[in-house]
Design a protein around this ligand. Structure first.
Ligand code: NAD
Length: 336
């Protein structure tokens, strides 16, 4: 196990990399801790929950809502949880978002930590302190920014993760490589999903490297004024297509990254468009979709990165170097 501490503005977060789930006992006291998980994890890994106070949520984004928060709080009250207790989210981004949010508001804030169990949560969702829930059609409409005390990484938990969820995680890994890390980009090109699923040491290294990349960006810009915005690469068009067609988040982001690469080639003479689309394709993710251009554009203009007739778009100057550029909406429409 390796422990890395990252100091955020209000909290130092300990990252326990290459850990076994059983280590959790030495991180938090079992008596004053509640594990919050979802039904898929509880079914796939029943043994790990033995001996712990546990709250099991229904799985899926549709349950990332206030009703679930209310239900968790009722269960915490029934367990007589007090300010000394710690909540630990064991799951994908839905569970970690809800756990972080409940912990930030229950008794005006109690300690919390995460054991991310999807690749996406390990490299992205569980890191950075954004916690919250959806309201109707609006994703992450309500929430807080508060950092967990710790994240514990046990890649053995990924054994039960379905393949489409692995690909979802790889979309964010490819994003990190494209915007921040040309060396990792090259390494990903030399490998594929099957390799990382079969080769635990390589997977552990990849997860740790991506978690560290995300933590570093967040540390430099916790409240998303500057560098953290780069993490939105592929997400502008991605969100617009994801909302209208039932695509997985990773698929939508991949389509968005391919589009941003095309825009980068046009606006910044970016040379790596083909390399990026090849890499996305190599990990079983789509680079295009037959969407209704006008419909998608209408959603895209409601994006919070729009400023009047222009959109702050994340583009690539080269592989490993992203920039924010103001692009006229008409130019975006033309390129779609
Ligand atoms: N807070 C942030 O900064 C941030 C960043 C990115 C995404 N998110 C949020 O994360 C969520 C998406 O996260 P996700 O993709 O992890 O989704 P998720 O939590 O819904 O997990 C995906 C599916 O995998 C199942 N699962 C999880 N771990 C498993 C395992 N080890 N074995 C078998 N099944 C398992 C879950 O039950 C679920 O069905 C979204 O709500 C998104 O808004 C948050």
């Amino acid at each position: 196990m390796q422990v890395k501490k990252v100091q955020f503005s209000t909290q130092a977060t300990a990252f326990y990399f290459d850990a076994a789930f059983s280590t959790l006992k030495s991180v938090v006291p079992q008596k004053n801790t509640v594990l919050i998980t979802d039904e898929h994890l509880a079914a796939a890994h029943p043994k790990i929950f033995k001996g712990w106070n546990t709250i099991v949520l229904k799985a899926g984004e549709e349950y990332k809502v206030q009703a679930t928060v209310d239900s968790v709080i009722q269960q915490l009250i029934a367990m007589h949880a007090d300010r000394t207790w710690t909540l630990v989210g064991i799951g994908g981004g839905v569970v970690t978002d809800i756990t972080g949010y409940v912990a930030s508001i229950f008794l005006r804030g109690v300690k919390f930590g995460f054991v991310p169990t999807t690749l996406l949560a390990m490299v992205d969702a569980a890191i950075g302190g954004k916690n919250g829930i959806d309201v109707g059609l609006y994703k992450n409409m309500v929430g807080t920014i508060s950092q967990p005390q710790f994240l514990l990484y046990d890649v053995a938990l990924l054994k039960s993760l379905p393949d489409n969820e692995w690909r979802n995680g790889f979309a964010e890994i490819i994003k990190h490589a494209a915007i921040l890390d040309a060396t990792m980009f090259k390494e990903l090109l030399e490998r594929n999903l099957d390799y990382f699923q079969r080769t635990k040491p390589a997977l552990k290294k990849l997860v740790q490297r991506n978690a560290a990349l995300k933590a570093k960006v967040v540390k430099e810009d916790e409240f998303e004024k500057d560098k953290r915005r780069l993490l939105n690469f592929g997400h502008t068009l991605g969100h617009a297509v994801e909302k209208q067609y039932s695509l997985m988040h990773g698929e939508a982001v991949s389509i968005g990254m391919a589009f941003a690469a095309k825009l980068s080639a046009e606006m910044l003479k970016f040379k790596g468009q083909e390399k990026l689309t090849d890499l996305i394709d190599q990990y079983g993710l789509p680079v295009a979709a037959g969407y209704d251009k006008q419909k998608v554009f209408d959603v895209l203009v409601s994006d919070k990165k729009r400023e009047g007739e222009q959109m702050n778009f994340i583009l690539l100057e080269r592989i490993g170097k992203a920039v924010v550029k103001k692009i006229p909406l008409q130019e975006i429409y033309k390129m779609m």
